[in-house]
Write a protein that binds this ligand. Structure first.
Ligand code: SAH
Length: 228
């Protein structure tokens, strides 16, 4: 009798709806769509990825506010609108092979993984990189491969990439990333000084020609190097 009761309760709990579903829907419709993101695959992914599972448990209730949140080690999970916008900028397609620099919580990697074929992601802080890799594995993202390293050098073994998403602000585009980009590929990257005067840029490679375009002012944590 006891075990049947236990089974019923566990079944009921497993059928319980995601408690944050309404908040997540509001985040997508009220901020992301309202602010101009229209790519259907990106919006679908933002509706699917549970941001509350990528932030520390004690701040899970703030997970669907449109702002960055602390994830430890002085780092932040990016603002949802910016994650959606950067994903839209690369015009993601199902067959894409994408490199991300700055795994952080793994949220941006998950948003990409819902859309593209393969995501490779690099984090310089071992504790964050290892935690994100475990989280992504637990959530079932089989198409994300993570490593701990200085992302400045990219990940040539899995390149060339259709797109590269950099989620920390650099003074300039690391040349190895340009080398690992496919012809016709795009890099989206915040360029500027730590915590100030940063601009989100999109860099396109067409043959020997490199074009750059400024998108909007942003604030990202700094791109650091191993020696820092
Ligand atoms: N994309 C992340 C955002 C994390 S903030 C998310 O969705 O949560 C940016 C991250 O970039 C930080 O975790 C920081 O440690 C990392 N980072 C900074 N410089 C780096 C480098 N040279 N190589 C790899 N990661 C770097």
């Amino acid at each position: 009798m006891k075990s049947i009761l236990f089974l019923c309760i566990s079944l009921l709990l497993s059928f319980q709806k995601d408690p944050f579903e309404r908040k997540r829907e509001e985040m997508v419709s009220q901020t992301i769509e309202k602010n101009g993101v229209t790519d259907k695959a990106v919006l679908k992914s933002m509706r699917a990825v549970k941001r509350h599972l990528f932030v520390p448990e004690d701040i899970a209730s703030s997970a669907y506010e449109d702002r960055p949140l602390p994830i430890g080690y002085g780092q932040t999970i990016s603002q949802p609108f910016i994650v959606a916008y950067m994903t839209e900028v690369i015009k993601p397609k199902p067959e894409y092979n994408v490199l991300e620099i700055g795994t952080g919580s793994g949220y941006q990697a998950a948003v990409l993984a819902e859309i593209v074929k393969e995501v490779y992601t690099i984090e310089i802080i071992p504790e964050l990189g290892n935690a994100a890799a475990a989280r992504l594995k637990k959530l079932g993202y089989r198409n994300v491969t993570a490593k701990v390293a200085d992302g400045y050098f990219g990940w040539p073994e899995h390149g060339p990439y259709d797109a590269i998403v950099v989620t920390a602000a650099a003074e300039f585009v690391p040349p190895p990333l340009l080398e690992q980009l496919k012809d016709g590929g795009k890099i989206v990257i915040p360029i500027g000084s730590p915590f100030m005067n940063q601009t989100l840029m999109v860099i396109e490679k067409k043959g020997k020609k490199i074009t750059t375009r400024s998108l909007m002012p942003v604030v990202f944590v700094p791109f650091t190097r191993e020696k820092d």
